[in-house]
Design a protein around this ligand. Structure first.
Ligand SMILES: [Fe+2]
Length: 177
């Protein structure tokens, strides 16, 4: 059955938006419970946040089909950060206009973070697209995220010589990433 344009599609999108918000709220409420000394309640919030995430996985991935390939997700994330950048600029201007200087400063500084995210997603997307994620023209330093082993070369090791972890555990220690 075609989901496109149905009320059920709208309900699924609404469910995803609300459940995503609940995940964040529960994580923040867990922090608060922990800071007040209620570790047991903090863990309940964290457990329920995990459950909400599990529900979102079904809604966003299985029904709405929005969890795509690595390459598509990177492209989406890059564009999403760019959209947020534009929004934050508008929000900053509005906050200034309305005299909320602290809020304006928040949006200005947060834009620096979003731009870093956008740039990193763009780099990663281009590397995945061009097949250069682990294969460069110049010598790089690669680090294994599991054991910290450093490898110097144009390519990351296929398998880590220290712990046998696969290549996907390597990250390039270049300025952009
Ligand atoms: Fe390793």
């Amino acid at each position: 059955m075609e989901l496109n344009g149905t009320v059920t599609e709208e309900n699924l999108k609404r469910t995803f938006a609300l459940d995503s918000r609940t995940v964040t709220q529960y994580q923040l409420f867990a922090e608060r419970a922990r800071s007040e000394g209620f570790e047991f309640i903090a863990r309940i919030y964290e457990e329920f946040a995990q459950h909400q995430l599990g529900l979102s996985r079904q809604v966003y991935g299985r029904f709405l089909g929005q969890i795509k390939s690595l390459q598509e997700n990177l492209r989406y994330s890059m564009l999403s950060e760019a959209n947020s950048l534009e929004r934050f600029l508008e929000y900053e201007k509005k906050a200034l206009e309305e005299g909320f200087n602290e809020v304006a400063v928040f949006y200005r500084e947060a834009r620096v973070v979003l731009e870093l995210h956008r740039k990193q997603f763009e780099e990663l997307y281009n590397h995945v697209l061009n097949g250069t994620l682990y294969k460069r023209d110049t010598v790089e330093i690669w680090q294994c995220l599991n054991c910290g082993y450093l490898h110097e070369g144009k390519e990351a090791p296929f398998v880590c010589p220290v712990d046998n972890y696969p290549q996907g555990w390597y990250k390039p220690l270049c300025p952009e990433l």
